[in-house]
Each structure stands twice: as structure tokens, then as C-alpha cells.
Design a protein around this ligand. Structure first.
Ligand SMILES: NC(=O)c1ccc[n+]([C@@H]2O[C@H](COP(=O)([O-])OP(=O)(O)OC[C@H]3O[C@@H](n4cnc5c(N)ncnc54)[C@H](O)[C@@H]3O)[C@@H](O)[C@H]2O)c1
Length: 440
């Protein structure tokens, strides 16, 4: 068991303090607010949350849970300090780090006198880079000691939800330690010997970003459900039935599908159906800003690909892949066709290879689409992938349908490669400089 100090006795800090004490650790809570300190010091919870009051009383009676306003005493009496202070929004939305800065100074001063190694574990939600650019420098400046030698810092995001905070603390979706030294972080696992959750040890920046990705995704889900519900209601549909059915698809809907960063969506359905749905919403005088934002967001992503190509300041571009999915010749609304058109507009010399696309075989709406978008497409298509690779200064990889060996054999060190399909690392033809994606 470890002895733990918890700085900040709000929702996160109070639950952290009480739950660790419940698991047998010796815990001291620290807060600037004397009422919160008094409350915990008397075995009462400083927040209203299911089970916390009872657990606080029990832990206090057993002598494992105390509170103080003396940061120095708390740091010197413990092995690990959890930082759980608030990180509110400023009026303009910027994250207010005053609380984090102040608590780091307090802990830093206390560390000056400490003879033994100390862990500082940041649980407050902070933007990527904060642990390394704000927290560690403040602790080093305050203590005159070096992170990694005399003390170590870990960013350890919290995923509890108010109302079910205790249950969430004991069964989080995952436990993440973001540190500069992965080996050192192993020792923090001792705090969670009782936990069956998945553990991830990564860099502080990645851990900081995971927290924002999770909250942004949760907000996106709520917004999505509400907008779909809104149009259902207006169409006099039973929203519950629609939602109940679409969440049962765990292959494409509630799953990792479509969540790998790569290129824009396209094809004969997604753009068309989004346009139809949002147009219908407009007819019904509904504002659905989330759904309406998807096509502009997608177009912006194609523009990022254009900018990545132009960034090389070279003109000869070879596109590998044109249809919206490998092994099909469906070009309708393929984002690669839009990219090709934009690159031609920017004056690039384009050559395109796609094993499934032969102009002579295209018929119907598919042929009509490509002839409308790029009338001289025939002169750009080439049947020989190697010839396209050899004659291009930049390769835009838009398909996984190409043999890795063939690709690596043809590429020269001077060529840039933009991988839009985000090929698995082990299957990439190269990991040299100049191999990049547009959102990874
Ligand atoms: N509330 C949640 O459900 C939740 C969930 C996950 C993550 N978070 C994040 O955790 C952090 C804390 O959130 P919260 O809701 O518990 O905040 P809160 O505002 O309820 O509590 C913060 C506490 O920190 C204390 N404090 C401030 N400076 C201090 C200092 N120098 N020394 C000691 N105590 C100090 C304040 O007095 C206050 O009691 C935030 O970054 C938040 O984004 C919150």
C-alpha cells in the first residue's frame, strides 16, 4: 500500500481520496478551501455523490483518511501526490491553468525538503503538452530538483462521471499513464492491483489528448443522437425505435469502424444521403448544425490533402487509386476524384493508376460522373503502376490494393509519399522521411 496526498477536493479529488483510502492506502486530502478540509478531516464527504459519504466516514474512522491545508506536510508524509484541481474555461474558452500552476508551485516548494523519491500524478484535464511545458518546469523551478531523477510526473486522465463516480473509479474504461519514462511508470500500477481495467503506458502528450478525444467523442454522440431524434420527431417517427435499432449494429455503428484517421469519405451513398437528410431538415425549418457540418468538414479534409501535395513544391504527382474503394470501379463522388480535380486546378501534372478502373468499361452514372468531373480523365489514366511511380515526384497513395514489395522497389529517396489510406505500419513500403499522412 502507498501513502497518497490528493490536491483538490472537488469531485475528482474527493472520489480519488475516498476510493484509494477504501482500498487500504493511507490518504491525506489537501484543499485551499477550509470547509472542504474540515469536512474530510471530520470524516464527511466534501461533495454530494453516491457512496462517498459512507466510504469517507469508514476510511476516516479506520485512520486511513485525513485532510490538511498544509501542502508541505502532505507531500512530505506521502509517496505520491495526485493533482485534482479545477481547470475551468476562461471567458474566451481558453483553458485556465492558474490552479494547476499554483498547486505545482506549492508541491515544488514542499519537494525541496523531501529526501525520498516522489510521484506527482496529474488527473486534472489539460491540453496536450501541458504536463511537459507547464507542470514539470513549475515543479523543477519550485523544488530545484530534476524530474526523472528526484521525482517523476505522470499524466493520468480521469474518466469518472458525476452520479456514478465511485463505480467509474473502480471500473474505468481504461487506465492510462502518460510519462516520459515508461519503465518508471510500472511502479504506479501498484496503486491499482485490484483493477481489472486495461492499462496503457504512453507519452504525457498522447495521454492528455486521449482525454480530449474521449470527451469530444461523447459530446459528438450526444449531439448526433439529439439531431437524429429531432428530425425523427418532426417527421412524426418514434425516435426510440430508430435509435434502438441503429445502436444494435456493432459492426459499423457502435464499433471502431470509420474511426481510423485517414482520408475523406465519399462514394455513391454517404454524401448523397447526408445532403438529402439535411435538405429535408431545412424544408422542415430545422437547424441541425452537426449533420450540416459533415460535408464541409469532409471538403476541408480534401483541401488538407491538396495543401500537403503543394507543400512539396513539386508538380509531377502520381495518384495510386482513384475509385472510392479498392477492388471496385465506382468513381461516383470518390474523394480521390475531387482531389485529382483540385490538383489539376493547381497546375499539377497528374498520372493516375487504379487497377479496377478502365475507362472503356465504365458505364452509366459512373461514367457520367467522371466525364463531368474530369473530362480528359482518359489521358491521365495509366495501366502500369510502376510507370506512374517512376515518373512522379510525389506519390499520393489512395488505395491499399498495391503490393508493398512492388511499391518499395520503385520508390526513390527523393520522392515524397502521402499515404491517405493510413496503411498499417508493418505493411508500409517505407518509414523514411517524406512518408506521411494528412491527419496522422
Ligand atoms: N467533475 C468531473 O466529472 C470530472 C471528470 C473527469 C475529469 N475532470 C477534471 O478533473 C479536474 C477537477 O475537476 P473537479 O470537477 O473535481 O473540480 P472542482 O472545481 O470540483 O474542484 C477543484 C478543487 O481544487 C481545489 N484547489 C484549487 N487550487 C488548489 C490548490 N492549489 N491546492 C489545493 N486545492 C486546490 C479547489 O478549492 C476545489 O475544491 C478538472 O480538470 C476536470 O476537468 C472532472
Amino acid at each position: 500500500m502507498k501513502s497518497i496526498s490528493v490536491f483538490g477536493l472537488g469531485y475528482v479529488g474527493a472520489v480519488t481520496a475516498v476510493c484509494f483510502a477504501h482500498k487500504g492506502n493511507r490518504v491525506v486530502g489537501v484543499d485551499l478551501n477550509p470547509m472542504k478540509v474540515n469536512s474530510l478531516e471530520n470524516g464527511r464527504a466534501p461533495i454530494v455523490e453516491d457512496k462517498v459519504e459512507q466510504m469517507a466516514t469508514e476510511a476516516h474512522q479506520s485512520g486511513r483518511l485525513n485532510a490538511t491545508s498544509d501542502a508541505n506536510a502532505a507531500v512530505n508524509a506521502t509517496d505520491v501526490s495526485f493533482i485534482c484541481v479545477g481547470t475551468p474555461s476562461q471567458r474566451n474558452g481558453k483553458l485556465d491553468l492558474n490552479g494547476v500552476d499554483r498547486v505545482c508551485k506549492d508541491i515544488g516548494r514542499a519537494l525541496k525538503q523531501k529526501k525520498t523519491f516522489h510521484w506527482i500524478v496529474l488527473r486534472s484535464t489539460v491540453l496536450p503538452g501541458t504536463t511537459e511545458s507547464v507542470v514539470i518546469p513549475a515543479l523543477e523551478a519550485g523544488s530545484g530538483k530534476r524530474e526523472g531523477k528526484d521525482f517523476a510526473v505522470c499524466f493520468h486522465p480521469e474518466f469518472l462521471r458525476e452520479g456514478t463516480a465511485v463505480a467509474d473509479f473502480f471500473e474505468p474504461p481504461f487506465t492510462i499513464f502518460g510519462t516520459r519514462d515508461e519503465a518508471q511508470a510500472e511502479s504506479l500500477r501498484d496503486l491499482y492491483t485490484w483493477s481489472s481495467s486495461r492499462f496503457f503506458i504512453t507519452t504525457p502528450k498522447s495521454a492528455e489528448m486521449v482525454k480530449y478525444a474521449c470527451n469530444a467523442f461523447h459530446a459528438l454522440k450526444v449531439g448526433f443522437a439529439n439531431e437524429i431524434g429531432t428530425i425523427c420527431k418532426e417527421l412524426k417517427l418514434d425516435t426510440e425505435i430508430v435509435a434502438k435499432i441503429y445502436v444494435t449494429d456493432t459492426r459499423l455503428n457502435i464499433s471502431p469502424a470509420y474511426l481510423k484517421p485517414g482520408f475523406a469519405f465519399g462514394g455513391s451513398c454517404l454524401p448523397k444521403d447526408l445532403r438529402a437528410l439535411t435538405y429535408r431538415a431545412k424544408e422542415l425549418d430545422l437547424k441541425l448544425p452537426l449533420l450540416e457540418s459533415l460535408i464541409p468538414s469532409n471538403q476541408e479534409h480534401i483541401e488538407r490533402a491538396v495543401a500537403s501535395v503543394l507543400h512539396f513544391r513539386k508538380r509531377k504527382v502520381g495518384m495510386l487509386g482513384l475509385s472510392f474503394k479498392p477492388s471496385t470501379d465506382d468513381l461516383r463522388e470518390s474523394p480521390l476524384v475531387h482531389l485529382a480535380k483540385r490538383l489539376l486546378g493547381e497546375g499539377c501534372e497528374l498520372q493516375i493508376w487504379d487497377e479496377s478502373v478502365a475507362l472503356g468499361r465504365l458505364i452509366g452514372s459512373n461514367r457520367q460522373f467522371i466525364e463531368d468531373e474530369i473530362p480528359h480523365i482518359g489521358s491521365l489514366l495509366c495501366e502500369d503502376a510502376s510507370a506512374v511511380i517512376r515518373s512522379s515526384e510525389i506519390i499520393v497513395l489512395g488505395t491499399k490494393a498495391l503490393d508493398k514489395k512492388a511499391l518499395s522497389a520503385q520508390l526513390s529517396a527523393e520522392q515524397g509519399l502521402i499515404d491517405l489510406v493510413n496503411i498499417e505500419k508493418e505493411n508500409r513500403c517505407s518509414d523514411r522521411l517524406g512518408y506521411e499522412g494528412i491527419c496522422w
